[in-house]
Design a protein around this ligand. Structure first.
Ligand SMILES: *Cc1c(COP(=O)(O)O)cnc(C)c1O
Length: 463
């Protein structure tokens, strides 16, 4: 393969290049879960990354060589987060149908701003939005924006929320800005996710001004300790705390908050999917009374990255806050460019459409239930082998400690270096711990048993 990317007629080479890339991608995929695959690169592989340190050439290089380098040098340093033995950060593994749909959508190369830019993308994302509301049983008239992340979704939802609260007080923030505006209060839980805090910081709420509601030993906001709320307050609750996987008591907080005129937003990056399960949806009781929600596809729904949703009950509140109609590109209120921060954007709802169409409600439920069962199986195995499990395992998170803080860190570091499994560190109530998240469709009981075995052996070694 010789053509440069700028050849005037790249058609032939383009197909050869894509076939080569596809072959390489399929080889990678075929190795997922094999014992030869390290889930974290070795020190030697990492050293090889220095080969990427090249000067920018004047004349460019052959495209085929670039793809080979990507695969052979960078590919050796990939974290196999789509491996069934990867338990870090609540991330999943792209489902085959999502990966396949993404391949086709990449070929289409759509700018999925509005119907006029891409009728196909617009209609697919509309349908995906309806199915998301069905799967999560949230108010069906809500607007659904497909965002890059739960973080971007939070910035989006909180922008719409503040704008709506101010508008109810006769303050048009679009025209008048925030200077001199009535003060919007913000109440969040003590253990709100850092990206929610960042969203508030970006939006200029000021960290000093945020009111923090205390949490109980499970990391849930204590309803009785919530401050008084009013109609200029933004309340942010959580479905699935990152350490314990627990849920704020929505039914005890949301009705009163809404009676007071507050806007309630729920961060449900992974936890919102508990709602898709008949068994676990009880954790989310009352959540559908909120005003807005954010959730990820790229965690528990096992879609590719850059896949998340912002859901707002008052569709107009979202579409007017995010409106980006221009003389040369107007769109309907449900155009994705009027529901998200992006203007030109990928049709990131397409893999979500493909997954929901393929799994159906039962398939999503089965995915959620299986992960929770496996997390509990891990917790039992670890408890039986000398570890302390610090949480109740209501969801897919297992929060674990060895016998001493030193042991906890040693065991975790050694296993991370082994490349055989991976899970992440955390600090719980001031002491080190680690967190095993079970969120991949690929993970089965045998992978959990292997994890427990490896951890048990390291614990014995560290005594
Ligand atoms: C991961 C996570 C987020 C942030 O989601 P991104 O999609 O990574 O931006 C927010 N809240 C919780 C509880 C999370 O687990």
């Amino acid at each position: 393969m010789s053509g440069n990317a700028t050849d005037p007629d790249p058609t032939d080479d383009e197909l050869v290049l894509l076939a080569d890339a596809d072959r390489r991608a399929r080889t990678w995929t075929a190795g997922i879960g094999s014992s030869a695959r390290r889930v974290f690169p070795s020190a030697e592989s990492l050293a090889g990354l220095s080969r990427l340190d090249e000067p920018l050439t004047t004349a460019g290089r052959p495209a085929g060589e670039t793809i080979a380098m990507l695969d052979e040098v960078a590919g050796d340093c990939v974290v196999a987060s789509n491996d069934p033995r990867y338990f870090g950060f609540v991330v999943g593994s792209t489902l085959p149908v999502a990966a396949a749909a993404e391949r086709i959508a990449l070929a289409w190369d759509q700018c999925a701003s509005s119907f006029d830019n891409s009728p196909a993308a617009h209609v697919l994302e509309k349908q995906a939005g309806r199915w998301v509301l069905d799967a999560l049983d949230l108010p069906r008239a809500s607007a659904v924006g497909f965002t890059t992340s739960a973080t971007a979704g939070a910035v989006t939802a909180l922008t719409a929320a503040r704008r709506a609260l101010l508008l109810r007080h006769g303050w048009d923030v679009d025209q008048r800005g925030l200077h001199g505006a009535p003060t919007v209060r913000v109440v969040i839980g003590e253990l709100a996710h850092i990206t929610v805090v960042r969203a508030l910081r970006i939006l200029g709420f000021g960290l000093e001004n945020i009111e923090r509601a205390p949490v109980d030993e499970h990391a849930r906001v204590t309803a009785a300790a919530m401050p008084d709320l009013d109609d200029l307050t933004l309340v942010i609750l959580q479905a699935g705390e990152v350490n314990t996987g627990e849920f704020d008591p929505f039914a005890d907080i949301i009705p009163a908050a809404r009676r007071a005129g507050a806007w309630v937003h729920v961060d449900g990056a992974f936890g919102l999917w508990a709602r898709a399960s008949q068994t676990h949806r009880v954790l989310t009781t009352g959540i559908d009374a909120a005003d807005s929600w954010t959730t990820d596809g790229h965690k528990w729904l096992n879609t590719p990255y850059d896949s998340a949703m912002v859901i707002v009950r008052d569709a107009d509140a979202l579409s007017s806050a995010m409106n980006s109609d221009a003389v040369y590109l107007a769109g309907s209120a449900d155009a994705q460019k009027n529901l998200t921060l992006e203007f030109s954007r990928r049709a990131r709802g397409i893999p979500i459409w493909a997954v929901l169409r393929t799994l159906g409600a039962d398939g999503v439920e089965e995915l959620v239930d299986r992960c929770v069962d496996l997390a509990r199986h891990a917790a039992e195995g670890l408890r039986a082998n000398g570890f302390t499990v610090l949480n109740r395992c209501v969801l897919n998170q297992v929060l674990v400690r060895g016998e001493t803080p030193e042991q906890t860190e040693t065991v975790r570091d050694r296993l991370q270096q082994s490349g055989r499994v991976w899970f992440g560190p955390t600090v719980w109530q001031g002491e080190p711990a680690f967190r095993v998240s079970v969120s991949s469709w690929r993970t089965r009981r045998e992978h959990i048993d292997e994890l427990v075995e490896l951890l048990t052996a390291e614990l014995a070694r560290s005594r």
